[in-house]
Design a protein around this ligand. Structure first.
Ligand SMILES: [Zn+2]
Length: 411
């Protein structure tokens, strides 16, 4: 009797053990430097049009950030810019429209509260073609608290922004434009953000997902980081080109794309956080924020259904310079040393536009570390410089896509 009981217990333990395989069950993780990602209060900007004599300015569009607009001298106007809450990373985003009833020469002062100047101003009349305002005409405060520059206004509405404005509507238009591609499928919203905006997803692949190796691409956890998003787009453009290499690659690989992880932050013109005032790229351990809860569950569940191996996560961001944040060699991932060889190949081909490779130990709950903790996957934060010219961003991203496919089909 005792033996039967023991055998039953053994079998039960065996079953329990196989069920507790964490690969397809999302786990929570402890980090050496944990981050408090519980909700914090944010300040919403007042959405309005300001009319001062013949001069008009507004923030009535998605992605705008202008907390106040006033005349401070004869022809001098101040745009006040504040973050959504503090403490916050210094990514002082601003975006507004300005025009005049008649041709007017004015001076614009952009003044920052709780942050300092980071992004050189750009202007556009159609939100498609953007021009950097000549740095020689910009006066920078020594302490970074403001900039001033002269501007000629006309009846034509002019957008002025920290970076090219790419809001949730623009991302939707881009995704819709990809729907005709034979490799793009499963275009959908995986759920709603804190304020009810769609979190878009699509798959790049051929045939069925079943058993394929998965690469996850994502972007815009941090709203102002549009150069990273531009790199993601070029990376995808390359993946959609049909040739011998990509045909072979998609025989065994599937790409899952989450191009807009923080749609609230993007449309609210945030510097960094989501609508709960939290940096989403610090929440990949306890999933306290809806956006991260949704994407992590989606990836784990989808991989479970299709018996996929999640091998690589690429998160596109922007910072002061082109840099790749990766794991150091102490991580025994399922694609060990892949990113090292990959980055070396990219760098050889894009010379002299080199990128810094920065392998790190485990520290905070970034998306990058989640792919290792959950799947023993390899991962990379693909950072693009704020001022890296578009031609170089696109060239590097395309080279990155080709070399990634090339290395992975040889493996
Ligand atoms: Zn970032």
């Amino acid at each position: 009797m005792k033996t039967i009981q023991n055998i039953t217990l053994f079998l039960l333990l065996l079953i329990l053990n196989s069920c507790s395989n964490t690969y397809y069950n999302r786990s929570t993780f402890k980090f050496p430097s944990p981050v408090d990602t519980r909700n914090k209060k944010i300040e919403f900007q007042l959405k309005k049009q300001y009319d001062i004599g013949t001069i008009h300015a507004d923030n009535m569009f998605d992605g705008a950030r202008m907390n106040d607009f006033k005349r401070i001298d004869n022809d001098k106007y101040e745009v006040l810019v504040k973050p959504e809450n503090t403490p916050i990373n210094n990514s002082a985003w601003y975006a507004f429209r300005i025009w005049s009833d008649s041709i007017s020469k004015v001076v614009i002062k952009i003044r920052y509260v709780n942050g300092t100047h980071r992004y050189s101003p750009k202007y556009s009349f159609d939100r498609k073609k953007w021009t950097v305002i000549d740095p020689n005409i910009i006066d920078n405060a020594e302490d970074g608290s403001y900039i001033t520059f002269p501007l000629t206004l006309t009846k034509n509405i002019m957008w002025i922004a920290a970076q090219e404005i790419i809001n949730s509507g623009d991302v939707k238009i881009w995704i819709d434009s990809l729907k005709g591609s034979p490799r793009v499928s499963e275009v959908m919203s995986i759920g709603k953000s804190t304020l009810g905006r769609d979190i878009p997803f699509f798959r790049i692949g051929k045939g069925k997902s079943k058993g394929k190796n998965i690469i996850v691409l994502m972007s815009r956890q941090h709203p102002p980081e549009t150069t990273g998003f531009i790199a993601l787009k070029s990376f995808i453009d390359e993946l959609l080109i049909k040739n011998t290499l990509s045909e072979k690659f998609f025989n065994t690989f599937d790409i899952w794309v989450f191009p807009l992880l923080n749609p609230d932050g993007v449309d609210l013109g945030h510097w960094r956080h989501n609508a709960n005032g939290v940096d989403l790229n610090r929440d990949w351990a306890y999933y306290r924020q809806k956006e991260i809860d949704i994407i992590t569950n989606f990836i784990v569940d989808k991989a479970k259904v299709n018996k996929n191996k999640v091998l690589l996560g690429l998160d596109f961001h922007s910072t002061q310079k082109d840099i790749y944040y990766a794991y150091n060699n102490s991580f025994h991932t399922k694609l060990r040393l892949f990113t090292k060889y990959w980055i070396e190949s990219i760098d050889r081909l894009v010379y002299p536009f080199s990128t810094i490779y920065s392998p790190e130990p485990l520290s905070k709950p970034y998306s990058k570390t989640w792919f290792y903790m959950q799947f023993k996957g390899e991962s990379l934060t693909y950072e693009v410089g704020d001022n890296t010219p578009k031609g170089i961003i696109n060239h590097k991203a395309k080279v990155a896509a080709v070399t990634m496919m090339d290395l992975l089909v040889k493996k």
